[in-house]
Design a protein around this ligand. Structure first.
Ligand code: VG1
Ligand code: CO
Length: 544
């Protein structure tokens, strides 16, 4: 085995976005592209020599090749040991679980999450720190800086490692331990939730559910949990076999891309409960029979009912949500008398709050919820949390949500995405808004009066770090909001996200269609941002 030092030149586009570096597979297949980024990670990690790292991915195309390259580079860079998921598979929450359980130095997650996969799809890589969470900005910036000046990388010349067989062996002086991808994660779920109670609901009370893994990473996890431990019949998990191209699908659990599941839950003889998860298993969509739960509401409902669940029965220290997420959870936090934090988009901003025990539950409008059990959002965790609440209360999903609205009022909410628009007009649109918000306060927009308008800036309450330019928000005196952001995970052109929210206390109005309840804000958003004029699009690509 030879240690080789390979001369390389920098790429100028390796800046990690909302959640790591995401590019097309074709980009990652360029000579040295992956290697440059991986070496930049190792070069930025002080004291990683001799340490243990976790490694795994969502199983998409290029996962297996990338794992082999990373193992050989880790060995050449003096890493002591790598824990790698069998077959190279670890969901993002499972990686976080492994990092914490084995107290590793950190971990590398290979995923482009909800982006499509396959030879023409996307690939991604991110580094997680020792708390199990995505690296904070100061680490991702160091990695990016390094990638701009890199001139060589180190790799061991060796045969490929057998990552399909569980066990330990040596790669150079480094130890590689291939671990079961599922077991530790399932044990963690069992420690938080009342599996017996949920088992009774499913096996004895005839409660029917359908779990859509979208041919992505959660298949083996979902089968173990729902079909083996919780008594659901075989076939409860659909699209449960992970495929490198996700069966040509778009593994994003929303009403548009999880159409098969939506059709089942809104069809004849629908089951009581449905859920889907994304490519890397950190997102969730919750459905009842003929009923969709908005992710922002889901976070609020989990918060309000957490005391019913063993892992949270002693109460929550606080909650946190990303800025564009609706304020439904704020109302619950106020009633519970606990702290409520508003962070920029991306799970990395929750890490400090969870570590400092300022927040126990966190969530994002983008179908992400999680807690202090790990430091990533966790799709199946949210699903089991819901089942635990349903088992304890004996209520239906719809009943739980309706009663929640009655108690707290409803935050009508919707996100409109304009995907893959041209970068230049999208940047222009944001620039225009940025220069306009300064003068908006106190002015009238349609029937609404602007209470505040700014480009969101966040000061981390734990380490004082500041993150600017996190999205344009225009808040009105009646509590309604419009938020504009450009996506940091897309790989084609720019994706404009418009987030709309309006609070409705009157329960006679709660059954309205959100698009109708938000109609005047939707019109206003276009007037203010000139979306149609600048992007040439007359409607969003995806509405959630
Ligand atoms: C999107 C979501 C954000 C989420 C991120 C990663 O980012 O809006 O809430 O944290 O994806 O999710 P953006 O920058 O495209 O809006 V995932 O499931 O990739 O890990
Ligand atoms: Co994801």
């Amino acid at each position: 085995m030879n240690l080789r030092t390979v001369t390389t030149t920098p790429f100028d586009d390796q800046k990690p976005g909302t959640s790591g570096l995401r590019k097309s597979v074709i980009d990652f297949q360029k000579p040295h592209y992956l290697e440059n980024f991986v070496q930049s990670i190792f070069d930025s990690l002080e004291g990683c020599e001799g340490q243990t790292l976790a490694l795994g991915g969502d199983g998409r195309y290029y996962n297996r090749q990338a794992i082999q390259t990373i193992l050989k580079m880790a060995a050449a860079n003096g890493i002591g040991k790598i824990l790698v998921g069998q077959g190279g598979i670890l969901s993002t929450p499972a990686t976080s679980c492994i990092i914490r359980k084995y107290e590793t130095f950190g971990g590398i997650v290979l995923s482009a999450s909800h982006n499509p996969g396959g030879p023409d799809g996307d690939f991604g890589i991110k580094y997680n720190i020792g708390n199990g969470g995505p690296a904070p900005e100061k680490v991702t910036e160091a990695i990016f800086d390094r990638s701009k000046t890199i001139s060589e990388y180190k790799i061991l010349e060796a045969a490929d490692v057998n990552i399909d067989r569980i066990g330990s062996f040596k790669l150079g002086t480094m130890e590689v331990e291939v671990i079961d991808s599922v077991v530790a994660y399932v044990e963690l779920m069992q420690s938080l939730f009342d599996f017996d109670y949920i088992h009774q609901l499913i096996a004895d009370k005839g409660f029917k559910l359908c779990i859509d893994s979208m041919h992505a990473v959660t298949g083996p996890y979902a089968k173990a949990i729902f079909e083996r431990h919780l008594g659901a019949s075989e076939g409860t998990v659909i699209n449960g076999i992970p495929l490198e191209d996700f069966g040509q699908g778009h593994p994003d659990p929303n009403l548009v891309y999880a159409k098969e599941l939506v059709d089942i839950l809104f069809g004849d003889n629908a089951p009581d409960f449905g859920a889907a998860s994304d490519g890397d298993g950190d997102r969730n969509m919750i459905l009842g029979r003929n009923f969709f739960v908005t992710p922002s509401d889901s976070l609020a409902i989990l918060t309000a009912n957490a005391h019913l669940v063993p892992g949270y029965k002693n109460g929550l220290s606080g909650v946190a949500r990303s800025m564009p997420t609706s304020a439904a959870v704020d109302r619950v936090a106020a009633k519970l008398g606990i702290g409520c934090y508003e962070t920029p988009t991306g799970w990395k901003f929750f890490g400090n709050l969870l570590d400092a025990d300022k927040a126990t539950l966190c969530g994002e409008e983008s179908f992400g919820t999680g807690s202090n059990h790990i430091r990533e959002k966790d799709g199946l965790w949210a699903v089991i949390f819901w089942l635990n609440i349903l088992a304890v209360t004996g209520k239906s999903v719809e009943q739980i949500v309706q009663e929640h609205w009655q108690t707290y009022g409803r935050n009508f909410y919707s996100r409109h995405d304009y995907e893959a628009v041209e970068t230049k007009p999208a940047t222009q649109l944001m620039e225009n808004l940025r220069s306009a918000v300064g003068g908006m306060k106190g002015t009238k927009l349609g029937a609404y009066e602007v209470e505040y308008a700014d480009d969101f800036s966040y000061t981390d309450p734990v380490d004082g770090s500041i993150s600017n330019k996190q999205g344009i928000r225009i808040g009105f005196t009646d509590g309604s909001r419009i938020v504009f952001r450009l996506s940091g995970t897309g790989t084609k052109g720019a994706t404009l996200r418009v987030y709309l929210e309006r609070y409705e206390p009157d329960s006679s109005q709660h059954d309205r269609d959100p698009q109708e309840a938000l109609a005047d804000l939707i019109v206003l958003a276009d007037e203010v941002a000139k979306i149609k004029a600048l992007t040439g699009r007359d409607r969003p690509t995806v509405i959630t």
